[in-house]
Ligand binder design. Structure first.
Ligand code: ACM
Ligand code: ZN
Length: 766
């Protein structure tokens, strides 16, 4: 859109109608604004958008006006003529835009007043742009069609300065056109940071002029994994792609116009096989290497020799020139140490520099990068492993293995961006894995993302200020296409955007969900393939009061229709049993349920199998609580009759990180039994390892236990996860099950050096 200097530009305007007057009191929650503004007051009346509407903007706002016009054009097929103040006299239908005339507006904040003849938008910094995003979302108030903007007063500004989305373009490559669409979405939700993961074992994606082999060799692999990691299957299709420096400059400029800063990530010292395949002399062994076809973590990493530092500094120098933002991400995560342990140079360097272990060698690596980036006027950011061996001064930490890294860093007065797997990994399943495309694992629903609070309660008020914000991460091992990226990112990024923008006290999921459902029409207009998992029936399981089974509850986010269900394995129809109250499950069965409106099923059919045994619904105690990321419904999840899927560690599994499971079940009275079953998950790619022993103990008083059976690691492996322990005839009231965690993950295995996860579900006593 060019500025129309004094001439009214002709444009096409779609004729759409607004049918229903809305009152001031009910209206604020009805507008599908995401993120929710800090203050929104609706009033009577509407500003009619028509071919007489013009925009009058001061010169500093013109770039934002131009982007708004491009957005209007894309969504509605029209744009508005633009004038500088005083250029054009217009009685009504004016959108008046100015930047920072009110000193009281906070950074990146805006004030928007919509009256019947005038809209005025006043913003500070990116605030003008954000005000336009609100205006854009107001044009489509939910289910109503409108050619008007409802009268209102909005005062708004962000809660956190870092509102980010990440995308891995290495495991799968995405064109610059798609990257622009992704940036459009980031900007639409008033987020401001795009973390572009540009290099990894499976591909190097950024042209570096000084090192052409990074593209010639490093951007291609000779095949990819097919299906789940555990299948170990590959295709032999050559796969690759990269961005030229011109592409990068184009995308950086595009992002900047939308107030999005790009943080490029150049991974080191680990996740660097694509670079080592191109320049094997930078490794400890000299190679040769192939760009990785498998997902996961590899032993070969950069060797910290002078030649390597020359290389990475030259690479970073070109990266610094391409990206004007202050942060450069250098990875730092999942660096295997086995090559360093066996490398003459590495060991000599450690002695020389008095580094006591390989973690300190990693810290030495990162410190050198930090000094270099500092000399270029940039700031280093890295994943939380950069804490190990001591944090270099001045670096920012991205906390991904939970929140602990972020807490430690903030206590040391380092800036922190929160991206814990539990709430911010949008490659995790967002709905029941039964219905979702194959994913990496996990279970992070829209509601869970929405519940996220980035500032850990453990931090003192003084240290809270180091939490810059949070970010949603989209790793693409199992995401092959742009449409699948959209599916995994949305609507979870809508939820995160609100977490990061809106005041904490305003958050209410049910209200957000209502807004979101109506907001979907905007995503439809933008041709975004968002997930509809929020329509899934929600389930709840509770022990029956008499302890002899499970009470199974179902709810739908909709209320105008009904839920129907079956218990005989047949598909539910509008003629099946009407759900009115939780269903009692007292024997093994499969419940299938779906939500219907006017006889039509909406959303997926839920299918839940129950395995009822003598332990189902009984009291259970865990001596060591599971990790917060894999807590499910707490201890009761182990005796709720529902088994975790042995092929997808999404729902239903309880996880312990580096800790054992000690479960004590009270059968309520003395019971006879001869078999105890439990499921354990085997998932090396996700650092989930089988327990090294499982012991069964029994007791009559819950105090003195005697051991009746103990399985060794070798015996456990034979069961492929579904463990059945023949105990011989026993009689007892209390059963204790101890599953021992595999401990520190050894070299050569995925996650080496980290604690292993132990995943357990459903303990059945038969
Ligand atoms: C990560 O997910 N490896 C940062
Ligand atoms: Zn070495």
């Amino acid at each position: 859109m060019k500025i129309a200097k004094g001439i009214l530009v002709t444009f096409f305007f779609p004729v759409i109608f607004f049918s229903q007057a809305q009152t001031a009191t009910s209206v604020s929650n009805l507008f599908p604004l995401i993120p929710k503004p800090v203050s929104f007051k609706a009033s009577e009346g509407k500003f009619p958008l028509s071919n007489k509407t013009i925009i009058v903007a001061d010169s500093s706002s013109i770039p934002d006006v131009e982007i708004f016009n491009l957005q209007l054009e894309k969504i509605y097929g029209f744009s508005l003529p633009v004038f500088l103040p005083g250029q054009h006299v217009h009685e009504d239908g004016v959108i008046s835009v100015s930047r920072q005339t009110k000193q009281l507006i906070p950074k990146d904040g805006y004030e928007l007043s919509v009256h019947q003849k005038l809209i005025s938008l006043n913003g500070k910094d990116a605030g003008v742009f954000y005000g336009f995003q609100t205006l854009l979302q107001l044009i489509i108030p939910g289910m109503e069609k409108t050619d008007s903007i409802p009268c209102c007063e909005v005062k708004d500004s962000p809660r956190f300065p870092w509102r980010g989305m990440h995308l891995d373009v290495c495991r799968h490559f995405f064109s610059k056109e798609f990257i622009k669409k992704y940036i459009d979405l980031i900007a639409l939700y008033k987020m401001n940071t795009f973390h572009w993961h540009l290099t990894d074992d499976q591909g190097w994606r950024i042209e570096i002029k000084k090192y052409p082999k990074l593209i010639e060799t490093g951007s291609w692999r000779n095949g990819s994994m097919v299906g789940a990691y555990s299948n170990g299957q590959f295709d032999s299709i050559r796969y690759g792609g990269y961005y030229s420096q011109d592409d990068i400059r184009e995308v950086v400029a595009y992002a900047m116009q939308r107030h999005v800063t790009i943080v490029p990530e150049i991974e080191m010292p680990g996740h660097s096989l694509a670079a080592l395949a191109s320049y094997p002399e930078l490794s400890c062994t000299g190679g040769p290497f192939e760009v990785a076809k498998a997902w996961g973590v590899f032993d070969d990493v950069y060797c910290p020799k002078e030649e390597t530092f020359q290389f990475v500094e030259n690479v970073l120098s070109e990266v610094c020139d391409l990206f004007p933002g202050k942060y450069i991400h250098v990875g730092g995560d999942e660096c295997a140490k086995v090559r360093w342990k066996n490398c003459e140079h590495c060991q000599k360097l450690m002695k020389e520099k008095k580094l006591k272990d390989e973690n300190q060698l990693q810290s030495y690596f990162i410190r050198r990068l930090e000094r270099y980036l500092h000399s270029k006027g940039k700031q280093l950011i890295g994943w939380d492993e950069i804490l190990e061996g001591g944090l270099a001064p001045g670096v920012t930490v991205m906390s991904w293995r939970g929140t602990e890294g972020g807490i430690i860093a903030a206590k040391q007065h380092h800036d922190v961006v929160m991206t814990p797997g539990s709430h911010c990994y949008f490659d995790y399943y967002q709905g029941s894995p039964d219905y979702e495309p194959l994913g990496i694992g996990g279970y992070t629903t829209v509601e869970k993302v929405y519940s996220y609070e980035p500032v850990p309660a453990e931090l003192s008020s003084e240290n809270k200020k180091y939490i810059l914000g949070a970010q949603g991460n989209v790793w693409t091992e199992y995401i092959q296409t742009p449409s699948q990226v959209e599916y995994m990112a949305l609507p979870r990024m809508c939820a995160l955007a609100e977490v990061l923008w809106s005041p904490k006290e305003m958050k209410k999921y049910s209200e957000f969900q209502n807004r979101l459902i109506r907001h979907f029409s905007l995503l439809d207009k933008l041709n975004v393939n968002y997930a509809k998992t929020i329509y899934e029936l929600k389930t709840s399981v509770k022990p029956l009061e008499n302890g002899n089974g499970i009470s199974f509850g179902l709810t739908s986010p909709f209320t105008s229709g009904n839920i129907f269900y079956t218990m005989d394995g047949s598909d539910p129809a509008a003629e099946s049993v009407l759900y009115t109250q939780p269903v009692s499950i007292v024997k093994s069965c499969k419940v299938k349920a779906a939500y219907f409106e006017d006889g039509q099923r909406k959303g997926n059919t839920l299918s839940q199998e129950f395995f009822v045994s003598k332990s189902t619904g009984k009291k259970i105690k865990l001596n060591i609580p599971p990790h917060e990321n894999y807590f499910c419904n707490g201890p009761q999840s182990l005796v709720d009759g529902i088994k975790g899927d042995l092929h997808k560690h999404g729902q239903n599994w309880l996880g312990w990180w580096g800790k054992d499971m000690v479960a004590e079940i009270d059968l309520g009275k003395k019971e006879t039994f001869s078999k105890i079953s439990l499921d354990v998950y085997d998932g090396e790619a996700s650092w989930i390892y089988l327990p090294v022993s499982i012991e069964i103990l029994i007791s009559d008083d819950g105090d003195q236990f005697s051991s009746i059976k103990k399985l060794s690691s070798e015996e456990i492996k034979k069961f492929n996860g579904a463990i059945e322990i023949q105990t011989g005839n026993q009689s007892a009231r209390f059963v204790k099950v101890i599953a021992k965690n595999a401990g520190k993950i050894p070299d050569g295995k995925q996650g080496s050096g980290n604690d292993a996860w132990l995943f357990v579900d459903e303990i059945s006593v038969e």
